[in-house]
Write a protein that binds this ligand. Structure first.
Ligand SMILES: [Zn+2]
Length: 63
C-alpha cells in the first residue's frame, strides 16, 4: 500500500522537527490513505489507495 492517493495524487509532505534548542531533524507527514475496493464507471471493481479527504468528498463509489 503506497502513501499516494490514486484519486487526487496527494503524497506525504516533508519538513523539519525543530526542538527547543533549535536542532532540526527530518520529518515526514504521511497521508491518511486507505485501501478500498472501488467501483469503476464500466462496472469493474478495483483495489485502490484513496485518501480520507477523497473518501469523505464521495469521489469514489465503494464496491
Ligand atoms: Zn485523495
Amino acid at each position: 500500500m503506497s502513501q499516494k492517493c490514486d484519486i487526487c495524487g496527494k503524497i506525504p509532505s516533508f519538513g523539519n522537527n525543530v526542538s527547543h534548542s533549535h536542532r532540526k531533524t527530518r520529518k515526514v507527514w504521511g497521508t491518511n490513505v486507505q485501501g478500498v475496493r472501488v467501483r469503476q464507471p464500466n462496472g469493474a471493481v478495483k483495489q485502490m489507495s484513496v485518501c480520507t479527504k477523497c473518501l469523505k468528498a464521495n469521489k469514489v463509489v465503494k464496491a
